[in-house]
Design a protein around this ligand. Structure first.
Ligand SMILES: [Zn+2]
Length: 237
């Protein structure tokens, strides 16, 4: 599930088919002000990036500085009007969901600081709101909450990762601070050497405590209880 690319969500212009191919996400002076961090909506690979655009240009149709990320399964995301030189990424770089990729700005055709955000599916620009989820660490502007139907991710929502070409399981495990065994078990991988690009893997959530650990803790508590019983028996003697 894709998460909104900024942590304060204020929709200033909706997607309108041919008239507006994406959704505009504004900034708030009461929530961090301009220069908001723009984050990758999902794991993927940078396929296009421009960072040398210095100014506003209200006459053209320019994205200004922008980044396009390939998430596999023919889905790309695009972030436009970014601040000049606010990213060190380059084509081919891999990003993870929630990774800061640039700063919100107003380069190109922009009338104010915002991020024009697009989802491109099979080459067509579709309505991003059907793909984006609000995550627990994100705040929604009141007006946006009232005027739009937003999708919310549940607390501890399971993360997924789309396998990129050249990926190996141990690298993915390292990236998400988990183990190869946990990935194999959660995804029922019969042959862990055979993961293919585009394949979607479930990522174990970090809060989850393995069953063995829970059992060990229960045992420890029982032992402590027994010891307490012995102590109180001794004191009554
Ligand atoms: Zn726009």
């Amino acid at each position: 599930m894709f998460q909104y690319p900024c942590d304060y969500i204020a929709i200033t212009q909706n997607y309108k088919n041919e008239a507006h191919h994406g959704v505009d996400l504004g900034h708030s002076t009461s929530y961090g002000g301009p220069n908001h961090d723009i984050k990758a909506v999902f794991s993927g690979k940078v396929v296009k990036i421009r960072m040398n655009y210095k100014t506003k240009d209200t006459t053209g149709r320019s994205y200004g500085n922008y980044i396009e990320i390939d998430h596999g399964n023919q889905i790309h995301s695009l972030y436009a009007h970014l601040v000049y030189n606010s990213s060190n990424l380059k084509v081919g770089d891999e990003v993870t969901m929630g990774q800061v990729i640039a700063k919100m700005g107003e380069t190109g055709r922009a009338t104010g600081i915002h991020t024009h955000f697009e989802i491109i599916k099979n080459g067509a620009r579709v309505n991003p709101l059907s793909y984006l989820y609000v995550y627990p660490n994100q705040v929604v502007q009141k007006k946006t909450e009232e005027n739009y139907v937003l999708q919310y991710a549940k607390e501890g929502e399971e993360m997924t990762y789309t396998v990129q070409s050249g990926d190996v399981l141990w690298k993915i495990a390292e990236k998400f601070e988990t183990t190869v065994d946990a990935l194999i078990e959660l995804n029922h991988l019969e042959n862990p050497d055979l993961i293919r690009p585009g394949q979607i893997l479930k990522i174990p959530s970090k809060q989850e405590t393995p069953d063995e650990e829970v059992e060990a803790l229960k045992k420890e508590i029982e032992e402590l209880k027994n010891r307490l019983k012995q102590i109180s028996t001794l004191s009554t003697i």
